[in-house]
Design a binder for this molecule. Structure first.
Ligand SMILES: *Cc1c(COP(=O)(O)O)cnc(C)c1O
Length: 426
């Protein structure tokens, strides 16, 4: 898709079958928000729903609301909505804890399961550029259980999947490059080699159609505050294939994962089904916000659902890449996000030898919000990252963001000292 003017983009927005969904978000005036991959925007319905949970549920209903308001079942009711986005069945997902904690639970379960079939396998295999928390969690789990975390470049995964691997652990869409793995084929390769596959859907669910059953994945986790618009620090989620779920307990045997939490029994007995992936009391106010984020996302279903969202997301990222090439040539920008549609998530990542952080800050001062991800000084370059949440990003936003970036670069605005000061959260 090539746009040659702002008017072209306005026309595309008028024809967009999803255009009315943007109105469901409370976006500040004068802001082009290209960071929904890091913190999804606020749905207009959320403040009311949270206020009701506080005032009616907590204030008036008090303890009775655990039953009367369905609070106790929220991890599952919210989980069922997430299931619709990832190709899981009802009752197969719970919303709980953080992605990091859920990853720990499923990795533990996966190595236990793998060991029942072949205890000599001692490797967890992942991608070198995987998100830091995923690698930190895997590393400490490996240390605790005598496993080795093996990290390779994405192109070497198929080859590295040999008979020593117990578990393949990958994030479907890479946070730094926006590159997307072929989930069915890597899972199939893992299974052919006798390994299990754990997938992190943090940067894919809600932006890319995901089908955990179609891919025959074994375990999956994902994040609530990115494309699901659940709010800062929103609960994450966990899915386990029904064929595995009752075969092994996860390691955080809290009372909410017990078969009868309110029996206060002397011994631990895990719940049957996905409830055993809970641990402690669910964070109700945060779950209400996540529920509302999911309702907003699922309101796209009558308009074509995930397939329509994916079509729009690809058109947005494609247009952004095209405009960067055409209108920003000569500014030293590189594009690390794959050109091929089947290999691209919903973000575009740019590189530049110099000034990445300051350029993003200068853009923010002009109302264009993206983010910056520092490289490792070797294989991974610094990244200027732009996410395109198809629920609320418009084609005119793409045009205007590129235009603002052009002005920041043309005028050397980013060299201003006030943009050089690093903040704690980039
Ligand atoms: C965002 C993200 C996380 C977040 O983990 P938290 O525990 O929720 O902070 C984890 N993994 C990946 C791949 C992510 O993109």
């Amino acid at each position: 898709m090539t746009a040659t003017s702002l008017q072209d983009c306005e026309a595309l927005d008028r024809q967009d079958p999803l255009r009315e969904l943007r109105d469901r978000f409370d976006l500040p005036d004068g802001v082009i928000y290209l960071d929904g991959n890091s913190l999804g925007a606020l749905p207009r319905a959320t403040p009311r729903r949270v206020a009701e949970a506080v005032e009616r549920g907590w204030g008036r209903g008090l303890i009775k609301s655990w039953n009367a308001e369905g609070w106790a079942g929220l991890p599952r009711t919210v989980g069922d909505k997430i299931a619709r986005l990832i190709g899981a069945g009802p009752g197969e997902v719970v919303a709980a804890d953080s992605t990091s904690v859920n990853l720990y639970k499923v990795l533990f379960a996966a190595i236990r399961l793998a060991a029942t079939a072949s205890p000599q396998r001692r490797i967890i295999l992942s991608e070198r550029g995987n998100f830091s928390t995923d690698l930190y969690i895997a590393e400490s789990l490996c240390q605790q259980h005598g496993y080795t975390l093996k990290l390779v470049a994405p192109g070497d995964l198929q080859l590295a999947l040999d008979g020593d691997v117990a578990v393949l652990m990958l994030t479907q869409v890479n946070f730094r490059t926006g590159a997307m793995h072929d989930m069915p084929s890597l899972t199939a390769r893992a299974h052919a080699q006798g390994a299990l596959a754990v997938w992190d859907l943090a940067h894919s669910a809600g932006a890319v159609p995901v089908d955990v059953h179609g891919a025959q994945a074994d375990f999956a986790v994902g994040c609530g505050y990115k494309y699901l618009n659940g709010g800062p620090g929103s609960p994450a989620y966990v899915w386990v294939h029904p064929q595995h779920v009752n075969r092994v307990a996860q390691p955080l045997s809290g009372w909410w994962s017990h078969s009868a939490p309110f029996a206060f029994a002397a011994g631990y007995e895990p719940a049957t089904g996905i409830d055993r992936y809970l641990a402690g009391s669910p964070p109700i106010l945060s779950l209400v916000a996540l529920d509302c984020g999911l309702d907003t996302l699922l309101s796209a279903e009558p308009l074509g659902g995930m397939a329509a969202l994916r079509r729009k997301s690809l058109a947005l990222t494609e247009m952004f890449m095209g405009l960067v090439r055409e209108r920003l040539s000569g500014h030293g920008l590189g594009i690390v996000t794959p050109e091929e549609q089947s290999r691209r998530g919903s973000q575009v990542c740019l590189t530049r030898d110099e000034g990445g952080y300051a350029i993003v800050q200068a853009l923010m001062a002009r109302g264009v919000i993206g983010d910056f991800r520092v490289g490792d000084g070797q294989q991974q370059p610094d990244i200027l990252r732009f996410g395109f949440a198809p629920l609320y990003v418009r084609f005119v936003d793409v045009w205007n963001a590129v235009e603002q970036l052009r002005q920041v670069l043309d005028r050397g605005e980013w060299r201003d000292a006030r943009f050089a000061q690093p903040k704690p959260v980039t």
